[in-house]
Write a protein that binds this ligand. Structure first.
Ligand code: NI
Length: 259
């Protein structure tokens, strides 16, 4: 049987249930598999978490994260938490996520965001799954909550965009750092400096498809096959062969998410 170890890369953060793929989802998935790329598809609320699990059940090299995104935190309640917990009983569910805080768009009240985040961190601990964390202009409160509950954590700070010193703080808490399309953007020199400092053993590569499309496709819809542009950029930053990035980040994903 083919194992996850046979994959070239694993895109650890995509939203394959997005309506952006309704016209050609099968082709998008086929392009990833042809390139030997596995995918963790991540829910943002209860229905999309259910959709993620359905996709994961259908494809060997797709796994699912289930969670309520900070944008949707106002929908998080006891029923939602029970629904998520029920989904974690499926063996293709490998993480609680996407969870976290987003004070940039503030699509849910901040108090609701903090509540949903804490509750889902606790749920992850109870069901013994790693977490996939979203953080946008909310670092102080995020670190406050993480430090308040007990570290070390198992999980990833998805789409990490900070500098080397913030990277160190998250590493000290036990997290991996998810590096995505923005690392290819010209203006993100500080992020590239951080990536140079982060041990390869703690890096995951991701796309956040259909968003955050890397160069050279920036401006168009993203898809998991483009994770190779992220891996190539990490290799260039660290001045190592791309094969080394592929091998180590795939191993990191397999170990963290028990794939
Ligand atoms: Ni996402």
């Amino acid at each position: 049987m083919l194992m996850a170890e046979s994959l070239t890369l694993i895109d650890t953060h995509a939203h394959l249930d997005s309506s952006d793929y309704n016209a050609d989802r099968a082709a998008v998935i086929a392009r990833a598999f042809t390139a030997s790329i596995g995918v963790i598809t991540v829910g943002v609320d209860l229905p999309s978490s259910e959709a993620a699990v359905t996709l994961a059940k259908r494809h060997r090299f797709i796994w699912a994260g289930v969670g309520v995104h900070p944008h949707e935190a106002k929908t998080f309640d006891g029923k939602g938490r029970k629904g998520l917990e029920e989904l974690t009983k499926n063996e293709k569910v490998v993480a609680i996520g996407e969870i976290g805080l987003d004070y940039y768009r503030d699509l849910s009240p901040r108090k609701a965001q903090r509540h949903a985040f804490r509750e889902q961190l606790t749920l992850a601990r109870r069901v013994k799954l790693p977490v996939i964390i979203h953080n946008r202009e909310s670092t102080n409160d995020l670190l406050g909550i993480l430090n308040d509950l007990s570290s070390p954590y198992r999980g990833v700070i998805h789409s990490f965009l900070g500098d080397a010193s913030l990277a160190k703080e998250f590493l000290a808490l036990g997290f991996h750092l998810g590096i995505g399309g923005p690392v290819t953007f010209k203006q993100n020199e500080t992020l590239r400096e951080a990536v140079n400092e982060i041990p390869l053993e703690r890096i995951l590569v991701e796309t956040d498809s259909p968003y955050l499309t890397p160069l050279p496709h920036r401006g168009k819809r993203n898809e998991p096959a483009y994770v190779r542009y992220v891996a190539e950029t990490v290799a260039r930053i660290k001045e190592i062969p791309v094969g080394e990035v592929e091998k180590q980040t795939t191993k990191n994903a397999i170990d963290l998410f028990s794939l």
